[in-house]
Design a binder for this molecule. Structure first.
Ligand code: QAP
Ligand code: CO
Length: 171
């Protein structure tokens, strides 16, 4: 089911998410709702808090070389921990909770992560490039952070000004 996505500056987006403790039907329907919601808005990543659920759950579904978003490339990542990170890369990020705004953010280019899947099976995996960026972006949501917090002071000020203007315009 498609859920409503919380948009900045909704305070719920600042909540810290908690670990999943049971890998049951309610987790599965959360994951399914997150997928429907993400796809309906043409997103490539979503954290549970973006639909108001403060659990350490995120999904990522990058597009392939042909630009097609295939369900078999979906990652469901639960209770993730970054155990190693290195390198640096910059990417023009966006976020479904900050629609219409994109800006450069620097992050580690390579990460090693432990996480669980929807059945509670544990994985240790390395991610690079866009997948590494997406995991770090979504994991920031789990700690109540948005990519706009990483902007320089001046860029953030300009963002706040433009955002207020856009909201006044009723968008
Ligand atoms: C997070 O972002 C991410 O502004 C996922 O109008 C960011 O899916 C992953 C979106 C950077 C990898 C790299 C944003 C859709 C989607 C918008 C998204 C919009 C419509 C963002
Ligand atoms: Co986001």
């Amino acid at each position: 089911m498609v859920k409503e996505i919380l948009v900045y500056p909704n305070k719920i987006l600042r909540e810290k998410s908690k670990d999943v403790t049971s890998f049951d039907k309610s987790l599965h329907s959360l994951l399914d709702d997150m997928y429907d919601t993400m796809v309906s808005r043409e997103g490539i990543g979503l954290a549970a808090i973006q639909i108001g659920v403060a659990l350490n759950v995120l999904i990522i579904n990058l597009v392939d070389e042909e630009g097609v978003q295939k369900p078999e490339n979906l990652f469901e990542i639960i209770n993730p921990h970054i155990i190693e990170k290195d390198g640096a890369t910059t990417y023009q990020e966006g976020c479904l909770s900050v629609p219409g705004y994109y800006d450069d953010v620097e992050r580690a280019s390579h990460i090693k992560v432990t996480y669980f899947d929807r059945e509670g099976k544990k994985y240790e995996e390395e991610f690079m490039d866009l997948m590494a960026i997406a995991v770090q972006h979504e994991m920031d949501h789990l700690r109540g952070h948005l990519f706009i917090e990483k902007l320089s002071y001046l860029k953030r000020k300009k963002f706040e000004k433009d955002w207020k203007k856009q909201q006044k315009a009723g968008k």
